[in-house]
Design a binder for this molecule. Structure first.
Ligand SMILES: *Cc1c(COP(=O)(O)O)cnc(C)c1O
Length: 447
């Protein structure tokens, strides 16, 4: 039996859709900063028969029999995570980043306790207490902000912490282009006796490669997704630091209990295997080089965008991502720029900018980053080319503006899409993107 042809025979519709997505990934520039291309080895682990097993509990303490090999896999992932990040405890079972962050709340807070996180529209994450997330409904979240210059407002953070005495403070962002200020947060958390949790979902690959400072000396808990710069399968890890154990000797136990049985059932063992593989790959010298190159690429791209007349929040980046501030061209036009770039084969996302004059659904910025392109092997030279292409598309689409009257919006968007499809600049950029992608093949040999 040829295992590579089975899906095609059993379910041609699903197979074809997967192939279409593979073509899309191959023939476009993936610049959403939270995305990446995981390795063939990780893909193979994810597609393995480990998905068949139930293993509620933890290695050596399972509720089902037959877990001798699952224990080996989970212990591999745990030990590799501990060693790579330099922490005494790691839980690799959270299904993804959001459940991991919910588990941290459950571990250290009682319902109704006060927490603190950066507001979503200023670059925080939903699960740091935003009102539409359970983390903002079951706990009383006080949200802090960035200043008009895009940097964290520490006067506000300290004032809110002292006034509200939170039990848990989050430091960690989805759209913050500068180094995460763990040290400043640790002083404030220590002053008010709060648990400090660093959510390094976006930057964990940079932390491992030394391209970003590690939160471990400063915080009690670290959470990270495993599928962003870490380049593994979709999943998450919660870690407890020595500082965390010194504050609360029960902390590791509380975290484990919050994940299982608090919130989850059986762990996704095939994902655990994928995490183990990704962590092994991340321990190699090539990964260090990868993380450093992500940042070099981002800095080079940022410079090119600014040289071509675009404004960036904080005027640049220290990390893998940047935010283009589109307010010089009006407000609420992120959606037009996202769409025009997508038509040109460049995928990124509309995003609010600090103090956005519009709304989260029609924000005035776009967010983009370099992790996935760097995985494809692109370097500074390609970033210069791509920076120019992006700028050309932005300048050709910058005069589209959202009608104030809501009833006119659907019609206007339709007309915009039609015009963009036939726009000469967009068409020529699409061709150049296609050529560039061909020079950096993705998953060569995969059919
Ligand atoms: C992506 C992300 C998450 C959530 O991860 P999911 O796997 O999408 O649930 C949480 N926090 C931060 C900072 C993130 O960037």
């Amino acid at each position: 039996m040829d295992w590579t042809k089975i899906l095609k025979e059993v379910d041609p519709e699903t197979y074809e859709t997967v192939q279409n997505e593979l073509d899309r990934q191959r023939n476009g520039l993936e610049m959403i900063p939270s995305e990446n291309f995981t390795s063939p080895a990780v893909l193979q682990a994810m597609g393995s028969i480990l998905t068949n097993k139930y293993s509620e509990g933890y290695p050596g303490k399972r509720y089902y029999g037959g877990n001798q090999f699952i224990d080996v896999v989970e212990k591999l992932a745990i030990e590799r995570a501990k060693k790579l990040f330099g922490v005494p405890h790691a839980n690799v079972q959270p299904y993804s980043g959001s459940p991991a962050n919910l588990a941290v709340h459950v571990a250290v807070c009682q319902p109704g306790d006060v927490t603190m996180g950066l507001e979503l529209t200023h670059g925080g994450h939903l699960t740091h207490g935003w009102k539409t997330s359970a983390t903002g409904q079951l706990w009383k979240s006080v949200q802090y902000h960035v200043k008009p210059d895009g940097y964290i407002d520490f006067d506000e953070v300290r004032k809110l912490a002292q006034e509200n005495k939170p039990k848990l403070i989050w430091v960690g962002f989805t759209a913050y282009p500068r180094e995460f200020p763990f040290e400043e947060f640790s002083k404030i958390a220590d002053e008010v006796g709060a648990y400090l949790a660093a959510d390094i979902s976006h930057i964990s690959g940079l932390v491992i490669s030394g391209a970003h400072k590690s939160p471990v000396p400063y915080v009690h808990i670290v959470t990270t997704t495993t599928h962003k710069t870490l380049r593994g399968p979709r999943g998450a890890i919660i870690m407890v630091t020595q500082k965390g154990l010194d504050k609360d000797p029960e902390l590791a136990d509380k975290v484990d209990k919050a994940v299982f049985p608090g919130l989850q059932g059986g762990p996704h063992d095939h994902t655990t295997a994928g995490i183990a593989v990704a962590l092994l790959e991340a321990s190699k010298p090539e990964f260090k080089e990868y993380g450093q190159q992500i940042v070099r690429n981002a800095k080079s791209l940022a410079e090119e965008l600014m040289n071509n007349g675009l404004k960036l929040v904080t005027n640049g980046t220290d990390t893998h991502l940047m935010l283009i501030d589109l307010t010089p061209f009006g407000k609420g036009n992120g959606v037009f720029i996202q769409d025009a770039l997508e038509t040109a084969g460049i995928t990124l996302n509309k995003n609010t900018i600090p103090n956005d004059p519009s709304s989260p659904f029609y924000p005035s910025g776009v967010r983009l980053g370099t992790p996935a392109l760097t995985t494809r092997g692109m370097k500074e030279n390609e970033m210069k080319i791509i920076g120019k292409l992006i700028s050309q598309v932005v300048h050709t689409a910058k005069d589209y503006h959202l009608p104030e009257n809501k009833d006119e919006r659907a019609e206007y968007l339709k007309k915009f899409r039609e015009e963009i499809k036939n726009n000469g600049t967009v068409k020529s950029v699409r061709e150049k993107v296609f050529e560039l992608c061909k020079q950096f093949p993705l998953y060569p040999g995969l059919q």
